[in-house]
Ligand binder design. Structure first.
Ligand code: AMP
Ligand code: MG
Length: 316
């Protein structure tokens, strides 16, 4: 059985095709970028409408398939930006109607977790999910996800992108911050861990002041922000693993591309005799293959659920 998945929650419009054993046959995406500011939801949704048919055609062609080979269609129902979710839902309904297929709405966060789990063939990991909007430490018990810790304000990726706006780096800023950080040295910043939760907005305010009023270099800011924010996440993840006894850590979400974050988590896992796992770059960020796989896992319980902009992994 082959499943086609549509991703559209934020910057990326993607179409992926996966088999029922988790082999990715196609994973094509087109992401909104901007040299000016961040994401303006209506502009991003317009981007998705402009690229949708091309992305679909490329996905089918790279899998050497047509609609007869597709069992059903999964789409990302949330969480995400309303206009972007509506754009994805529109194409899910349109293509399903044209080709008489069932549609299965899935949770985007759960899709990040489950594609990482199948790719690494894991049994029972603790997840660190760090994307644009989300920063969550998650475990699964009795087939239900539990969020053990999370950001109290903005997601780590959004924080980096907001910093990028202050420094004039364009969007997305994460990769540029990672490069600049290599030339930076450490500045004292607030360290904001509260129980099992983290908070990033105070750090952002602090570095904005340092940059604009004290003319501290962008390199030093990028280095220090990475060191502090990644250490905060590592601390909370370690506590989650200690409390739950999990022996596998899986890092998912776009910020997971950051090598310094991986290095810190790797060291922490090594020191506690646990194993650290990542997902390959093409499956780490937003894309359609993970939506297709989550659709396969949820095909009995889900269906046309329209859109759910604030849908949490622990509400699934
Ligand atoms: P996602 O929402 O999962 O697609 O992740 C997108 C977020 O990942 C954006 O906020 C990016 O700035 C961030 N990101 C991408 N690459 C990197 C990187 N190398 N280091 C830090 N953040 C990154
Ligand atoms: Mg995502």
């Amino acid at each position: 059985m082959n499943i086609l998945g549509i991703e559209s929650t934020a910057h990326t419009f993607g179409v992926g095709i996966i088999t029922d054993s988790g082999d990715v046959l196609a994973n094509v995406k087109d992401s909104f970028t901007s040299t000016a500011a961040g994401m303006i939801p209506d502009q991003v949704a317009q981007h998705h409408r402009e690229v949708a048919e091309t992305v679909l055609a490329q996905a089918l062609s790279s899998a050497k398939m047509d609609w007869n080979d597709i069992a059903f269609l999964a789409y990302s129902a949330g969480p995400g930006l309303d206009p972007c979710l509506w754009a994805g839902y529109h194409y899910a309904k349109l293509w399903a109607g044209q080709h008489q297929k069932k549609i299965v709405g899935v949770n985007h966060c759960c899709a990040h977790l489950s594609i990482g789990k199948i790719w690494n063939k894991l049994r029972d990991p603790c997840y660190l999910y760090v994307s644009g909007v989300n920063t969550q430490i998650i475990v699964q018990e009795d087939n239900k996800y539990h969020v053990l810790g999370e950001t109290l304000d903005i997601g780590l990726g959004n924080m980096l992108d907001k910093l990028g706006r202050i420094l004039g780096l364009g969007f997305p800023a994460g990769p540029k911050i990672e490069q600049l950080a290599k030339q930076g040295k450490y500045l004292q910043l607030p360290y904001a861990v509260k129980g099992m939760d983290v908070s990033f907005s105070g750090i952002l305010t602090k570095v904005q002041q340092l940059y604009e009023q004290q003319k501290v270099s962008a390199e030093d800011i990028c280095f220090s922000v990475q060191e502090v924010c990644f250490a905060m996440c590592t601390e909370v993840v370690e506590r989650a693993m200690a409390n739950t006894g999990k022996q596998e850590l899986l890092l998912v979400g776009g910020v997971g591309a950051n090598q310094r974050l991986c290095e810190m988590l790797q060291i922490m896992c090594q020191e506690r005799g646990a194993a650290f796992y990542q997902v390959p770059l093409d499956l780490a960020g937003d894309q359609g293959a993970m939506i297709a796989w989550e659709g396969f896992l949820r095909k009995e319980e889900s269906g046309d659920v329209e859109i759910k902009p604030h849908w949490r992994a622990d509400d699934v």
